[in-house]
Design a protein around this ligand. Structure first.
Ligand SMILES: Nc1ncnc2c1ncn2[C@@H]1O[C@H](COP(=O)(O)OP(=O)(O)OP(=O)(O)O)[C@@H](O)[C@H]1O
Ligand SMILES: [Mg+2]
Length: 355
């Protein structure tokens, strides 16, 4: 859909190649705010998606899917940022002795080797300073920073090349590749530095991340998502995958007597909540702090009563992440924005990236 377009403005697009669908958002920055220009999605049918994922499709089919979304959504911009799914990247925050920036740049690859499970020659390594800590409260070194926290991220080079080819094939300019979780935290948190847990439940996987001082501190990935839930419903009720998908979306976890799918999926959702609880508690205990918010995103967050159920299991307040908190959109979209918010979080965060 073509929403609104400002003449002479420069817009950017974000592309999220998820396993269930391709999502694209086009944003334009004007007067210090982002405006939503267009968005679109290309969904794999759940029958296909149950066994196969988007990223396993041949590159030319992904290129075709991207072009379809661009055409149907009337997206104009070529300036593209694409996300890399968290299961194919490595990132962590490490502590280093405080050095000059030049010395850090030399020392980080050596340090990074300890954390990255594949040879450094096979990855593109990026890093940024999260915080400079002062751990010398007294004595002659008082007030002098001694430890620096550094966020390091590595993307396998063959992945980088694959994404470059796909984007070029779609006739777009790839400005950056970005970690999926960095896009999520930009979209949901902006400059909010408070420790926040974000649960992204997609088709193939669930990721639980803790963002603190603007950077991902903990990131866990579980190979359980919406497909697994659909399959479980199909098995339990002995219905087709299509029917199970329909029931999942219609009944979800609504606390009503005639809810026949409730039981078929609650053990999988309980497991997600259990893992989330453990991740949050471990972080709080290790750092001796309180995680201030728990946010839910991903297509599964659209399921009826999912957030309510999850909150009860987690025994903490859970909110749906608001992707559009920092984006201006046409009033006519008010009703649809809740659902798009969960699905388009990564794509919007990518389009918000400053060059
Ligand atoms: N209204 C809804 N109710 C229940 N489930 C839904 C609803 N909308 C989408 N889903 C489910 O959300 C999942 C897709 O979510 P999402 O679009 O976040 O996945 P993805 O980003 O493509 O996958 P991944 O992040 O795992 O690669 C599917 O399993 C789909 O069935
Ligand atoms: Mg996703």
């Amino acid at each position: 859909m073509a929403l609104f377009k400002f003449i002479g403005s420069k817009s950017k697009i974000g592309i999220d190649l998820g396993t269930a669908s391709i999502k694209i958002v086009e944003l334009e920055k004007g007067g210090g705010r982002f405006n939503l220009l267009n968005y679109g999605i290309f969904e794999l049918k759940s029958t296909d998606a149950g066994g196969q994922s988007m990223l396993k499709l041949p590159d030319d089919e992904i290129v075709w899917g991207i072009k379809e979304v661009i055409k149907q959504s009337k997206i104009q911009s070529k300036e593209t940022t694409v996300s890399i799914p968290s299961f194919s990247t490595f990132s962590t925050v490490i502590e280093m002795p405080y050095l000059s920036k030049e010395e850090l740049a030399r020392a980080i690859p050596f340090e990074a080797r300890k954390y990255i499970p594949i040879p450094l020659s096979e990855v593109n390594l990026d890093w940024s300073i999260v915080d400079i800590l002062n751990e010398q409260p007294s004595g002659s070194m008082a007030g002098r920073p001694t430890v620096v926290e550094v966020f390091i991220a590595a993307v396998p080079k063959d992945e980088t090349i694959r994404y470059q080819n796909i984007i070029k094939g779609a006739g777009l300019d790839l400005k950056a590749l970005e970690l999926e979780n960095s896009a999520i935290s930009r979209a949901l948190l902006g400059n909010d530095l408070a420790p926040t847990a974000i649960i992204n439940i997609g088709g193939r996987s669930t990721s639980i991340i803790i963002v603190d001082k603007g950077y991902e501190r903990v990131g866990h990935n579980y190979e359980v998502g919406g497909f697994e839930i659909t399959k479980s419903i199909a098995r339990s009720l002995n219905v087709s995958i299509e029917k199970a998908e329909e029931l999942k979306r219609k009944l979800g976890l609504r606390p009503i007597d005639e809810n026949i799918v409730n039981e078929a999926m609650s053990s999988l959702v309980d497991m997600m909540a259990f893992e989330t609880k453990k991740t949050i508690t471990n972080y709080e205990e290790a750092k001796n702090i309180q995680v201030s918010k728990v946010l839910l995103i991903g297509g599964m967050a659209n399921m009826p009563n999912f957030a309510g159920y999850f909150q009860k299991k987690l025994e903490r307040e859970v909110m749906l992440g608001n992707t559009f908190a920092r984006i201006v959109y046409p009033e006519g979209l008010n009703a649809a924005i809740r659902e798009i918010s969960n699905t388009f979080c990564v794509a919007a965060g990518l389009a918000m990236r400053e060059t």
